[in-house]
Design a protein around this ligand. Structure first.
Ligand code: NAP
Length: 287
């Protein structure tokens, strides 16, 4: 699209950022909704984040997404931080207001829950996170967003299991509420009576070994989701499907987390559709 004086500009700041699916995703919506806007990949070296952020704001950008390795730096580089981003400890979406204020948000928790709700309406109708115990494997940046989504969504119990125990304890302490920590060696016992199982580790990603987890103790009706989306069907999701558990893949989280940013910058609440999913999948699957 040719830029006009009214073109609204946004993008994603990261290092490296060439692999980011966000330009493809937002580009699809810009075209679909006929918005006079652009969304670009903005490579920013780790020590130049604040400087570049200021430049983009000065150049009239409406806002940006923030990806690795800048999500924590972004927390300190903005003027206001949403309570959710503060709790999760990372900012992935920045809204640049006309008065110069930079507002930091985190939309990963929103994306995680929206993905489950839209993919499994039955799970959502049966009280969603409040319907029974959840087991969360992992305690990294993404796991913090999932833990907050579950706690904020009314979870009765979130069993956090991580290879490094101290990190699980930190997440449980920061999120509070119904979070309990189970040692890595007890991860299979922790599955008993669970209604939701989430993998938020890097295990199962293309090039990584599968998550080492025997599902025998997991109730057959428990929903299993993986936030890893390359491959779409991770070994965990394959194993869960084979024994009859319902599953939700992680691509929807990525698609849904983008909605609040697009709406704030471009003024249209976008929809996650099969068309969008297919468009993004095309890039993941390659030629
Ligand atoms: P991170 O902060 O580096 O955390 C990595 C997690 O994986 C930690 O809990 C780590 O445990 C665990 N882990 C690593 N190697 C392991 C091993 N050998 N055995 C057991 N656990 C291991 O990463 P992140 O940013 O949270 O991202 C995690 C995954 O989520 C990535 O695959 C990322 O692409 C994906 N993700 C998806 C979305 C989405 O929209 N679907 C959004 C964000 C992230 P320790 O603490 O013991 O090291």
């Amino acid at each position: 699209m040719t830029e006009t004086g009214k073109t609204i500009r946004a993008g994603v700041m990261g290092w490296p950022v060439g692999h980011s699916l966000s330009p493809r995703l937002h580009g699809y919506w810009l075209k679909k909704y006929g918005v006079d806007g652009t969304y670009e990949a903005i490579p920013v070296e780790p020590d130049r984040f604040s400087e570049r952020l200021g430049q983009l704001a000065g150049a009239g950008y409406a806002g940006v997404n923030v990806t690795l390795p800048h999500k924590e730096a972004a927390l300190h580089a903005v003027h206001t931080v949403s309570p959710e981003a503060r709790r999760i400890g990372a900012v992935n979406t920045i809204v640049m207001h006309p008065d110069g204020t930079l507002e930091g948000r985190n939309t990963d928790a929103f994306g995680f829950l929206e993905n489950l709700k839209s993919s499994r309406p039955g799970w959502s109708a049966a009280q969603g996170p409040a319907g029974g115990p959840a087991v969360l494997i992992g305690a990294g940046g993404a796991a913090r967003a999932v833990a907050w989504a579950l706690v904020n969504g009314g979870a009765t119990e979130v069993r956090i299991v991580n290879r490094t125990l101290s990190k699980a304890e930190k997440v449980a302490g920061d999120m509070g509420g119904p979070c309990v920590v189970r040692p890595w060696e007890d991860r299979e016992a922790a599955l008993s009576g669970a209604r939701l199982l989430v993998n938020a580790t890097t295990r199962g990603m293309a090039g990584e070994p599968p998550l080492d987890l025997d599902l025998s103790n997991l109730p057959i009706e428990a929903l299993v989701t993986d936030i890893v989306y390359t491959p779409l069907l991770t070994p965990l999701l394959s194993a869960a499907t084979a024994r009859g558990n319902p599953v939700v893949d992680g691509l929807g989280m990525l698609l849904h987390q983008a909605r609040p940013g697009f709406e704030a910058w471009f003024g249209i609440a976008p929809e996650v559709t099969q068309g969008l999913r297919a468009h993004v999948l095309e890039a993941l699957e390659g030629p």
